[in-house]
Design a protein around this ligand. Sequence first.
Ligand code: IPD
Ligand code: CA
Ligand code: CA
Length: 256
Amino acid sequence: MFYNTLLLNAISWAREAGAVQLHYFRGNNLDIRTKLNDSDIVTAADKASERLLIGRILDAYPSHSILTEESGDIRHGNEYRWVIDPLDGTTNFSAGLPGFAVSIGIEHHGETIAGVVFAPYINELFHAVKGQGAFLNGSPVRHSAKTDIAGAVISTGYPVDKASGAEASNLDNIARVMPLVRGLRSLGAASLDLCYIAAGFLDGYWETNLHLWDVSAAMLILKEAGAECSRFRSDRNISIVAGTPVIHDRLRQLVS
Ligand code: IPD
Ligand code: CA
Ligand code: CA
């Protein structure tokens, strides 16, 4: 089926993009530039990874559209669109921390039908095709069995505009959730947060002010692993709560 062909290409190109990331990782040629503010950065590796992915996709599928973080909208046909974060977790990457990934979601008529998230340094490749389950390095994964938030390990993130006031900072949510859970983490790559719920390594997650390229692939992987994900705060781009079905519902009551 064509979706599986698309997936195989996405996996192969994600591995190539991961190799590009590793070429730059912990090196001296990162060329770190700020975007909106000091917390929002792009490196030469983001750009090189994106160049490779755009080239591969358009060579193979010239009629497909692409939405990608650094270059925006590349519009061709309306049938297929690739939604790409060429390097998710750039702050980790720029600091020499291993939690970074390439994320590739594929939409057919607006619905995500395949997703790949590859973290090259730790060699973890997550994938899913709609209706076919979720996989980590080729083995099926499923969300954890946790139902009690007191025993849950949860993660969240800090939005790039965190310094612009209490409304944006996520601190009120952190203050509400942190005392109730076993552990509250911030791993620094939204795509991996969601995939770790899919694999049962995290039990829940929320974050505000994300973008489609951060979550497109991982939201499919998470759903295919039986976990749940929903949006809140329509005023803050993509703000999501995710988790095992029970933890998702409990977290939803806590965050705003
Ligand atoms: C960021 C990461 C991070 C999240 C930020 C995102 P980037 O993506 O996913 O975990 O907290 O909101 O912007 O900039 O590293 O691709
Ligand atoms: Ca990102
Ligand atoms: Ca990025």
